[in-house]
Design a binder for this molecule. Structure first.
Ligand code: AP5
Ligand code: MG
Length: 215
């Protein structure tokens, strides 16, 4: 199964990716998570990406494409992949076409999470993440059983530094400016499946699964 999940900041890409991976056991490749891991490991890539991420801006294509290509060439992707947050520009989409053709795993479906932007601020400002296993919580919509402690691994929860209303505005502008073109690109190939992401989490996943069972 070779799939992409797209949608604006806070639409639920990470939350739905966890459910998809749970059911279909394919590698989850989130460029945002990869950059954050590099930042916490203090790598050169992380230091470079941080300058852009802290402002809500996209990391340059060259860096992002190289990182994803390296990841897709790993052995676990021979059974497929779920890309979350990539591609976000037309150049990334075209590069992905080349890479996936070379590994014999062209994109089969693009799940597009649609949501009104006024719901995103509530989701982003209430989000909490696990330091240990990256599980995603929300202080109201999906709280952990013990405040600030992960249900899965017991590690502390934290708030992402770009989860402010100011940075969300920039991230949404970036989405409107660049990522909408990517959706048009995949729509012209008939690959895009729109899902209403304003619904309860299980309903969103059920709708996604209707597209996935056809693959
Ligand atoms: P990235 O980490 O991808 O962030 P994003 O796209 O802004 O999306 P988020 O991770 O914020 O939201 P999500 O859709 O995953 O929502 P979640 O499931 O967590 O990218 C960060 C940065 O990295 C970018 O700004 C850029 O700088 C850089 N970057 C990454 N990829 C790049 C690329 N390809 N090119 C260049 N730069 C790149 O859910 C959010 C909250 O809502 C959670 O609290 C959750 O519990 C809650 N929630 C989820 N679903 C529901 C529901 N159905 N009902 C109620 N609550 C829900
Ligand atoms: Mg995410």
């Amino acid at each position: 199964m070779n799939i992409l999940i797209m949608g604006p900041a806070g639409s639920g890409k990470g939350t739905m990716s966890a459910k998809i991976v749970d059911k279909y056991q394919i590698p989850h490749i989130s460029t945002g998570d990869m950059f954050r891991e590099n930042i916490s490991n203090g790598t050169f890539l992380g230091l470079t990406a941080k300058k852009y991420m802290d402002q809500g801006l996209l990391v340059p294509d060259e860096i992002t494409i190289q990182m994803v290509e390296k990841r897709l060439l790993k052995a676990d992707c021979r059974i497929g992949y779920l890309l979350d947050g990539f591609p976000r520009t037309l150049a990334q989409a075209k590069a992905l076409d080349e890479i996936t053709k070379n590994i014999g795993r062209p994109v089969e479906s693009v799940i597009n999470l649609t949501i009104d932007f006024d719901q995103l601020a509530q989701r982003i400002t209430g989000r909490r993440l696990c330091k240990g296993c990256d599980s995603i919580y929300h202080i109201k919509n999906n709280p952990s059983k013990v405040s600030n402690i992960c249900d899965v691994c017991g590690s502390q929860l934290y708030q992402r530094s770009d989860d402010t209303v100011e940075q969300l505005t920039v991230r949404i502008e970036e989405y409107e400016r660049s990522t909408k073109l990517v959706l048009e690109y995949f729509s012209s190939e008939g690959l895009v499946f729109d899902v209403n992401a304003s619904q309860a989490m299980n309903d969103v996943f059920n709708d996604i699964d209707k597209a996935l069972v056809k693959i």
